[in-house]
Design a protein around this ligand. Structure first.
Ligand code: GDP
Ligand code: MN
Length: 391
């Protein structure tokens, strides 16, 4: 789960990372008020969306008066900002962060990520801050410094100092950097984060370190024990299809095609997507309804898949081991009626109670195609998609 920059700054500040003074605004008036609250200009106004690359996309601006802040805020609220990371869909701006502008002498990059290879938290840092990490890794990989943290002892002092030296910091900056690193590490491990990023971490004209931008992501599976983190969720920033699926406890990933998929098991879901592609189709989603799917759950899966307007045919592929085909079939028939389906459905069932399941579908007199094999099902789905939508 991602959170906003201002939320990440609040958390990191609590752990001891220096951040600029600022305030949150929900309206242009409030943004101007925040500027007056801060005091002397200049100010930076920053669109709060779950994405980096806002600067390049026009979502970050230096303002010299509170009326400037207000005018700029007026252009941002309600707008959809498209950055390199969001792609064409973009993200809507409902919140702005207004802060005192910082005087920048150097921009550093600092990130904490989970390194799956070493099974440890890894620090990634660079003297070339302000550039997105993906671009750094591609264009200036030699500038990246990596350091793995041993979980038994945590981030130790000499390691942190070594990193500070490698970043070219000197004098009091070294101890400031050690404090920043320890704070980020504690925030990361205490809150079940999967990523902490400060880009840029700035050396000011006066020679002090300050976090100009901050990003944090959290392990969704740990949210149950981090209610204060879970409360920071902002559904307006999520893919609406995925937010709906998450609310219903379904494993769903939105894709760009037009064939909606309802499948049990991640492996079967991937095999089905491969088979669709092989037959010339494009899946609209990945959806794993899991084992023991009740008719209600099947209905929810249909609603989730149909919330994507691109979907014009649905493929249901169930291998029932824990599941039962007759249950799934009942769910499909119920969903067809309850959800008011108007698009073709192809169903392929295998496993426990398969004959009973197929019977339920055949005798329902609904326009549902029953396929015996995965290949047949994929071909039928691809054939159906080219047909015009039924009224
Ligand atoms: P991002 O583009 O979404 O990563 O947003 P950032 O918060 O990183 O801001 C983008 C860029 O705006 C930074 O790399 C800085 O160059 C610039 N910027 C942000 N805040 C300030 C500030 O207080 N003073 C100055 N001079 N520039 C800033
Ligand atoms: Mn940034």
């Amino acid at each position: 789960m991602d959170i906003h920059e201002y939320q990440a700054k609040e958390i990191l500040a609590r752990f001891g990372v220096p951040v600029p003074r600022g305030g949150l605004a929900w309206s242009p008036e409030q943004a101007a008020f925040r500027a007056r609250e801060i005091g002397p200009a200049p100010y930076v106004v920053k669109a709060q969306i779950h994405s980096g690359g806002r600067g390049e996309a026009g979502g970050v601006k230096l303002c010299t008066t509170d009326s400037d802040v207000r005018a700029y805020a007026e252009t941002l609220f309600g707008k959809t900002l498209c950055t390199k990371q969001t792609g064409e869909r973009g993200k809507d701006i409902y919140r702005l962060w207004v802060e005192e502008a910082s005087d920048i002498a150097r921009e550093l990059y600092l990130g904490f990520v989970l390194d799956r290879k070493s099974e440890r938290i890894m620090i990634v840092a660079s003297q070339e801050g302000g550039t997105e990490i993906e671009d750094l890794a591609e264009e200036q990989p030699d500038t990246l410094i990596r350091m793995v943290i041993d979980p038994a002892v945590g981030l130790v002092g000499y390691q942190a100092r070594e990193l500070a030296f490698e970043l070219g910091l000197e004098g009091p900056q070294v101890n400031q950097m050690v404090a920043v690193l320890q704070a980020c590490y504690r925030a990361y491990s205490d809150l079940d984060a999967t990523m902490v990023e400060i880009n840029p971490l700035v050396v000011t004209g006066a020679g002090d370190l300050i976090a100009l931008d901050a990003k944090m992501s959290f392990d969704t599976n740990a949210l149950y024990r981090r209610p204060e983190v879970a409360a920071l969720r902002d559904p307006s920033q999520e893919d609406p299809r995925e937010a709906m699926a998450a609310d219903n406890g379904l494993a769903y990933v939105g894709l760009d095609g037009d064939i909606g998929c309802i499948i049990n098991g991640a492996g079967l879901a991937m095999a089905t997507m491969d088979m669709l592609k092989l037959s010339g189709g494009e899946p609209a989603n990945f959806l794993d309804i899991g084992g023991g799917a009740s008719p209600e759950r099947v209905c929810q899966a249909f609603r989730t898949v149909l919330s994507d307007a691109n979907v014009n045919v649905i493929l249901v592929n169930i291998f029932a081991g824990i599941n039962r085909c007759d249950w799934i079939a009942k769910g499909v028939v119920q969903a067809y009626k309850e959800v008011g389906l108007t698009i073709p459905v192809v169903v392929r069932l295998a496993g426990t109670n398969v004959e009973a399941g197929q019977d339920i579908i055949r005798t329902s007199d609904l326009p549902i195609t029953v396929a015996d094999t995965l290949a047949e099902a994929a071909e039928a789905a691809v054939a159906h998609r080219s047909q015009p939508k039924a009224a």
